[in-house]
Design a protein around this ligand. Structure first.
Ligand SMILES: [Mn+2]
Length: 328
């Protein structure tokens, strides 16, 4: 990380901070934190995303932290091909990252790279949360951090690491302790109350009805559309079962399926498992502990009735053959 290089690169350019599609709290906190960091150094930016922000947790972040974030449809008329884009908590060419007209000159992310892309500035490190990487920009450059920004980053860090219990690196711990001093920790605790909506229960209900566990691997199909964040929450929930050490939860999406995968089994890398299991019918990847994927509508046209058997067979095959959890 060379924060001066990033500032020099962006100076004088109209810059967008693009989060991954359907941004989660870590993406929101990271984009907001980077916006505040750049603002202090004289660079104004616009935060944008594809998809929707429709979870209580992310909607609440906008009001509680006073964030300004724009769906692409609202900036479409303004964005030119020459404008700069910094990808935040995601990378160009990923299945969850829409290629917008602007020029992706920089990338700040904590996920493994699946498809290489040339950026003028790249800061990709495998950490529990992208928020930790953003916090380090403040720390390294001695940039003052206000309570609001520190609080948002603590929340993002906690959400992506399940409060420092999942995929944690030394940087996450160091940045948590750095941010903690500046954050409004009571405000953050309030985010953990009332996190579910009545409509979420329908998806939980379907998953519970449907769950099937084979050799420690849990599968649940939600037979209707759900947003990414909800599928991820249900995946965490299925993983909390004593009988489950790896789980695959998927919901219908535009004629295909959206998957969320978790692994607490040290022999199974969730990202590699997902990528390999979906080969030829979809796309996916992610961290050792958590991953996501999609199955394309075209590939299930004739097999939709058997989708549950097909998903089980594909994932169990990879699990059986071993899918070593190697740190990327
Ligand atoms: Mn993240």
């Amino acid at each position: 990380m060379d924060w001066k290089e990033l500032i020099n690169l962006l100076k004088g350019h109209k810059t967008y901070l693009q989060m991954h599609n359907f941004p989660d709290p870590d993406a929101m906190a990271s984009a907001y934190g980077m916006q505040q960091f750049l603002k202090y150094h004289g660079i104004e930016t616009t935060i944008c995303y594809e998809g929707t922000i429709d979870k209580l947790s992310t909607k609440r972040m906008i009001t509680e932290f006073n964030m300004e974030v724009f769906p692409y449809s609202e900036v479409e008329a303004d964005m030119k091909e020459a404008d700069y884009i910094v990808t935040i908590d995601g990378q160009k060419y990923n299945s969850n990252f829409t290629d917008l007209p602007g020029d992706e000159v920089a990338c700040i992310d904590h996920h493994p790279t699946y498809i290489e892309c040339e950026y003028k500035y790249k800061d990709v490190r495998i950490t529990g949360a992208c928020s930790s990487i953003i916090a380090e920009y403040f720390y390294e450059s001695n940039t003052p951090i206000d309570e609001n920004t520190a609080s948002a980053l603590v929340y993002g860090l906690r959400m992506d690491t399940a409060s420092l219990t999942r995929g944690v690196s030394t940087l996450d711990i160091e940045m948590f302790s750095y941010l903690y001093k500046y954050a409004d920790n009571d405000k953050i605790m309030n985010f953990y109350i009332n996190v579910m909506e009545m409509s979420d229960l329908k998806a939980y209900g379907a998953a519970i009805e449907n769950v099937c566990v084979i050799d420690g691997v849990g599968f649940a199909h939600i037979p209707f559309g759900c947003n990414d964040a909800l599928i991820a929450m249900i995946s965490d929930f299925i993983l909390s079962l004593n009988e489950v050490n790896t789980c695959i939860v998927y919901a219908d999406r535009d004629g295909g399926y959206k998957l969320s995968v978790r692994s607490m089994n040290s022999g199974i890398h969730a990202g590699k498992l997902t990528k390999d299991a979906l080969e030829g019918i979809g796309n996916g990847g992610g961290h050792a502990e958590m991953a996501g994927g999609i199955i394309y509508p075209d590939s299930v046209k004739n097999i939709r009735d058997n989708i549950e058997d097909i998903v089980k067979e594909r994932f169990l095959n990879i699990v059986k053959n071993g899918c070593e959890k190697v740190r990327d």
